[in-house]
Write a protein of this length. Sequence first.
Length: 193
Amino acid sequence: MFLEQLNTKPSNIKIIGILGIGIITIIVSLPIMNYYFELSNYPVSFFESQLSFSGEIIKSHYSNLTREEQTFYLYGNLVDYGFMIGNGLGKFGIAIIVARGFREGTRVRQFGLSMFLVGLLGTVFDALENIFIILMTFNPSNFPNIFAIIHSIFALFKYTTTVVFYGWILGAIFYLLVQWLRSLTRYNEFEAK
C-alpha cells in the first residue's frame, strides 16, 4: 500500500528537501501575493470575503474597486497558486516527518502518514476556490451568484481541513516532545543509579 511505502520512501533527506522547497516557495510567493492584494485595496479580509456565501456581497466588494485594483486582485489570486504549491509541499513534508516520529507499525504512525492527504485536500480546495474567485473577477458586476456560493463552500472545506491538519500536527508534536522529555528523565535517573 502507498501509505506503507511512506514509512521509508522518500528518504528523510528527500523529505527534508521537499519541506525546504515548500518553505522557499512560500517565502518567495507570499510577499508577491500580498503586494498585489495590498494594491487591490480589497475592502474586507479574506476570511470575511471567502465565507460570505453571497454573490451580492462579493459584487459589492468589487464595486468598491477600480478596474486596475480588480486586476491587481486577479494577479494576487494567480500568484496564490505558487503559494499553494509551496504549502502543499510543506504539508507533505511536515506530515511525514512528524508521523515518522512514532514507532513503525503503530496505528498512530499510519494515521499520521495519512494526514498528508488531509493537507493535500486542503490545498486542492484552495485551488478550486481560486478558480471561482478568478471567474468572478473576470465579470465582477454580473457573475452568477452560484460562483460565490461554490467559492465559499470550497473555502469552508479549505479552512476545515487546515484546522484538522495543523491540529493533528501540533498535537502529535506535543505528544512526541513529552515522550522525548520523559525518556530523558528516565535516562538521567538510570545514570544517577
